[in-house]
Design a protein. Structure first.
Length: 390
């Protein structure tokens, strides 16, 4: 069984082979062992349950998780696992996938000596990587959850990285350390907090996972200009948990899906995968269909599944049953919204635009709000939500 160095070498080979790891970040990845930042209890997904893996019970399994090119769940249910035996229902903190961390650090375009603000310290691993290359004095990191922050601060201290580590609401940025050359959010947002723009130097960059209730998520790189606006395109495909205040409501099949027998029935020939499984399509659909969460329920091994569209605020829901090989799919809808009809209309709108790829969308953030646009800020998203100021 490979030790830490063997596992790290395998991970490095994978990251370097895939091209995700920019050469200037390779030294930091080698120098900062991920396992020093992961708590001794982590969780793995098992169906819809989150099952703990404890270092003392199974050190090899724990270490495998630390050096897999995958995200590691490091907190569930805001630190109070709801199930018996530490089992959890909802992921509330994680160490991001190493290839995603590498991709984001490359997209951050940071140079040694630049001042960087990280939102979402999580385990502290990313802050340590930033400190290793840019200098610890140049790194400020903010974490909202006190338990998570305490663990990260201890790990950063023990590993010798004297970054400015703050426990607080990262949506406010961290004014005492401003201005920054770079802001990197490791939690997703629907609306970019304006404090991040105000705290970034003109010419500086804000890198943030941008999501909707329907779609999770797209990496956006914004450039801040001297007039107090930040603007930029989608530059990558990443999935992140939302900033805590922007979590919205959780969709729950048990709570939100009721009165199935009374649902309106129809059929559609639009394949659910063409909407939900297609990155460019689902990003665009999420821009139009607000307050709509997606839950996929698998039925056995035969590739049968049901896609549930749920508006947990109004209680409207829709379902679409996928049967392999079928040309049409049964739709049920209940509540004052016809969620599948909305999704189908948004999909038609997207194909009518020529099925633009995610990278053609962009955002402009000002003190007044946020504008979504296609290709250029002169082509703002209108219709459905005219002006799209959020
Ligand atoms: C994906 S994890 C971050 C991973 C982290 N960068 C690492 O290296 O392990 C997202 C983190 O954002 C934190 N978070 C959520 N909302 C926040 C907020 N408003 N301010 C600061 N942190 C927040 C969560 O508690 C969670 O720990």
């Amino acid at each position: 069984m490979a030790g830490v160095s063997g596992r790290l070498a395998e991970l490095m080979a994978e990251l370097e082979g895939s091209g995700d790891l920019a050469p200037e970040w390779a030294g930091a990845f080698k120098a900062v062992p991920r396992h020093l930042f992961l708590p001794s209890t982590v969780w793995i997904e098992d169906g819809d349950r989150l099952v703990p893996v404890q270092r003392e019970d199974d050190p090899e399994a724990w270490l495998d998780l630390c050096y897999a090119n995958d995200f590691v769940i490091t907190q569930v249910d805001d630190g109070e696992p709801v199930g018996p035996g530490l089992m959890g229902a909802e992921i509330t903190s994680s160490s991001s996938r190493p290839d995603v961390v590498a991709l984001m650090l490359a997209a951050l375009d940071a140079e040694p000596g630049m001042d960087v603000l990280e939102i979402g310290t999580g385990t502290g691993w990313n802050a340590a990587l930033l400190a290793e290359r840019l200098g610890a004095a140049n790194v400020t990191t903010v974490e909202l959850d006190p338990q998570v922050a305490e663990h990260a601060h201890g790990a950063l201290r023990e590993a010798g990285y004297k970054v400015v580590a703050v426990t607080g609401d990262g949506a406010l940025g961290y004014a005492p350390g401003a201005p920054y050359d770079r802001v990197i959010a490791t939690a997703g947002v629907q609306r970019v907090p304006y404090a991040w723009v105000e705290q970034t130097r003109p010419g500086g960059r804000i890198l943030v996972p941008w999501l909707t209730d329907f779609h999770n998520g797209a990496l956006v790189a914004l450039t801040v200009s001297g007039d107090g606006t930040a603007t930029g395109h989608v530059v990558g495909n990443v999935a992140f948990m939302p900033l805590r205040a922007q979590r919205g409501r959780r969709a729950s099949l048990a709570r939100d899906v009721r009165a199935v027998a009374q649902a309106r029935r129809s059929v559609t020939d639009l394949h659910p995968y063409g909407v939900m499984g297609e990155y460019d399509a689902s990003l665009a659909v999420g821009l139009k269909v607000r307050r709509c969460k997606l839950v996929v329920e698998h039925h056995g091994e035969e590739g049968e599944y049901t896609v549930w569209l749920i508006d947990p605020w109004s209680g409207s829901w829709a379902s679409l049953r996928h049967v392999p090989g079928a040309a049409c799919f049964e739709v049920r809808q209940l509540g004052f919204r016809n969620l599948w009809d909305e999704v189908e209309a948004a999909h038609r709108w997207w194909t009518g635009l020529g099925s633009p790829a995610a990278a053609r969308w962009g955002l402009t953030v000002t003190g007044e709000g946020q504008q979504v646009w296609l290709d250029t800020p002169e082509n703002p998203l209108t219709g459905g939500r005219p002006g799209e100021r959020q």
